[in-house]
Write a protein that binds this ligand. Structure first.
Ligand code: FES
Length: 113
């Protein structure tokens, strides 16, 4: 399936062990995360527990700790570590050199569970 990619920012625009919010007017924002291994991940900025803003969480390894109740969410999958259950929707990320792109199709998709 072909996807149109939209350049969002540079990898260096995302703080290491931090995040950057990509706004989606009328829809829940997307959070871009960068971990200590220079990997970039994109998740819906909404914790699967009670909707906390994952972009304000603490990144460690390949996880982010939700700022509200400290659930640990895997950045690869968006899913909570057991014993917690549920997943934040994951978005595809394309890295080209220092440029980070997201799929326009996914960004435009209706509100996701
Ligand atoms: S809302 Fe994220 S842990 Fe509760």
């Amino acid at each position: 399936m072909s996807k149109e990619w939209k350049v969002i920012c540079r990898v260096s625009d995302i703080p290491i062990l931090g995040s950057r919010v990509v706004q989606r007017p009328g829809k829940t924002d997307v959070a871009l995360f960068r971990n200590g291994e220079e990997s970039v991940f994109a998740l819906l900025d909404k914790c699967p527990h009670k909707g906390g803003p994952l972009s304000q969480g603490i990144v460690f390894g390949d996880k982010v700790a939700c700022p509200l109740h400290n659930w640990n969410i895997e950045l690869h999958s968006g899913c909570a570590l057991t014993p917690d259950v549920g997943c934040a929707h994951r978005f595809s990320v394309q890295i080209d050199g220092d440029l980070v792109s997201l799929s326009m199709t996914e960004l435009a998709a209706a509100e996701l569970a």
